[in-house]
Design a protein around this ligand. Structure first.
Ligand code: SF4
Length: 455
């Protein structure tokens, strides 16, 4: 998963982009970068680390220009190195001429990379963003196609998820894959035009006038305004329905974002209510695993009239457990991340609400922590279906073997996590909560992958 932000117009494009990326930090904490154009040349700064650490004021001042694109990354394809971080700068004989940043993952990466290497294209990384960027430049520079035509061909050739920004010296092309896996928002200010992965980034810029970029839509942004091109999404994806990522609503997006034509916060409350509707276990308190489960626990608590208590205190100074890159870092993170309110748990029966179980190791540590704090019973309630299949479209869910629901029954998982009871939502119940459920992807829950091509 990653976050992208772009801006063109009056004002300091790189500062606005740094602010936008800061609001998207939850989408990737491994590296960040900004490429900026002043009309004559494109300059790039990218480093491993958080937006705040990399883009402090003096650093952003080095990036002078009226157009910028930025990226926060967490690794799915390619190791966590600076070469694989984005944006990618693409040079021509006259110097850096293009920059590219993308959120998603390409399913037919290997085949396309070999194909374009065969045409003489040289790659500097193992990242799918670089692949799409260099494909575009190849089509424009070597095949003399218009960028508009090149983007349409990308939508046909590249199978997978991509919400992407392609910057030339004087404009930004923003486009979204025909399935619309990852979100993308377009906003207008009095001074310029902005693109972001999530609407929260528009909020910080006080942009009220925004909308979603539709699947298979291309926006061409210049200092003078925006023009949009809508390709035939149905034809490109060979089906009527899109495939928005349901996991974004469950876990990944900020609760204050609006995406896929719905409010994330409202859906999370409803997911909690849905869980409550089918539950009758007796308990003294509902406790969320903060922060991603807070609103699910709120919905559950309201529906069953069991008090909500924030019994787990989360440290906000380490990354999100799910997206840290290695198991050893992840283990350490869990221990440092949560601390129970010891006096609260004594002799209580607890409903512990979480958004999902991936490997099962994190929730087991939390159950042990709460029982260690004196809880009499811990009943785990998961506001999504069991995650049984890896994601191929840009969320770093582990391999089949690592996914606990792929190798254990619900009862076996309950025993493994040492809970007194365990309850999940079903895929049908998840669908009942979402607006236009037919337009979502549920592949990590039911194995029905919208794009079947393998690498
Ligand atoms: S497989 Fe799961 S995580 Fe991946 S896009 Fe589909 S719903 Fe989202």
């Amino acid at each position: 998963m990653c976050g992208i932000f772009g801006y063109i117009g009056k004002g300091e494009a790189s500062k606005i982009t740094a602010m936008g990326l800061f609001m998207l930090q939850h989408r990737g904490q491994e590296s960040c970068g900004i490429a900026v154009s002043n009309g004559k040349k494109i300059k790039l700064i990218k480093e491993l680390g958080y937006v705040k650490e990399v883009f402090y004021e003096e650093r952003v001042d080095e990036l002078d220009g009226f157009a910028a694109i930025g990226h926060v990354r967490y690794p799915t394809r390619g190791k966590p190195t600076i070469e694989n971080s984005q944006p990618h700068l693409i040079e021509t004989l006259s110097g850096p001429a293009y920059a590219f940043a993308s959120n998603g993952d390409v399913v037919n990466y290997k085949m396309l990379r070999e194909k374009y290497e065969g045409k003489g294209v040289f790659f500097h990384s193992d990242n799918d963003g670089e692949l799409i960027g260099r494909m575009l430049v190849y089509k424009v520079e070597r095949e003399n196609k218009s960028t508009e035509d090149a983007v349409e061909e990308i939508m046909e050739e590249v199978k997978g998820a991509f919400s992407a920004l392609f910057m030339t010296k004087d404009r930004i092309y923003a486009f979204r894959d025909p399935f619309g896996f990852r979100p993308m928002i377009f906003g207008k200010t009095e001074d310029g035009l902005a693109i972001a992965s999530e609407s929260v980034a528009m909020d910080i810029l006080r942009i009220k006038n925004w909308r979603e970029v539709e699947p298979a839509e291309l926006l061409i942004l210049t200092k003078n305004g925006a023009r949009d091109v809508k390709f035939n999404g149905e034809k490109l994806r060979k089906r009527k329905e899109t495939a928005h990522c349901s996991f974004e609503i469950i876990y990944f997006a900020r609760p204050d974002s609006y995406q896929y034509h719905q409010f994330v916060h409202d859906k999370r409350v409803l997911l909690g209510e849905k869980l409550a509707e089918k539950d009758n276990v007796e308990a003294d308190a509902v406790v969320p695993v903060p922060d991603s489960s807070n609103f699910m626990a709120l919905g559950y608590s309201r529906k069953r009239r069991i008090p909500l208590c924030f019994g787990l205190i989360r440290s906000h100074y380490i990354g999100r457990t799910f997206i840290t890159p290695s198991q050893s870092v992840r283990d350490e993170s869990v221990r440092q991340k949560f601390n129970p309110l010891y006096r609260f748990f004594h002799e209580k029966r607890i409903i512990l609400v979480d958004d999902s179980i991936v490997r099962g190791t994190t929730i087991r540590k939390i159950v042990r922590m709460i029982k260690g704090a004196g809880a009499k019973e811990v009943h785990v309630r998961i506001a999504s279906p069991p995650v049984k299949f890896p994601c191929r479209y840009g969320i770093d869910t582990p391999t089949f073997e690592e996914l606990i629901a792929n190798r254990m029954t619900v009862e076996e998982i309950r025993k493994f996590i040492e809970a007194d009871s365990l309850l999940y939502l079903t895929v049908d119940e998840l669908k009942e909560v979402l607006d236009s459920p037919q337009d979502f992807c549920y592949a990590c829950f039911n194995g029905e992958y919208p794009i079947l091509e393998k690498e």
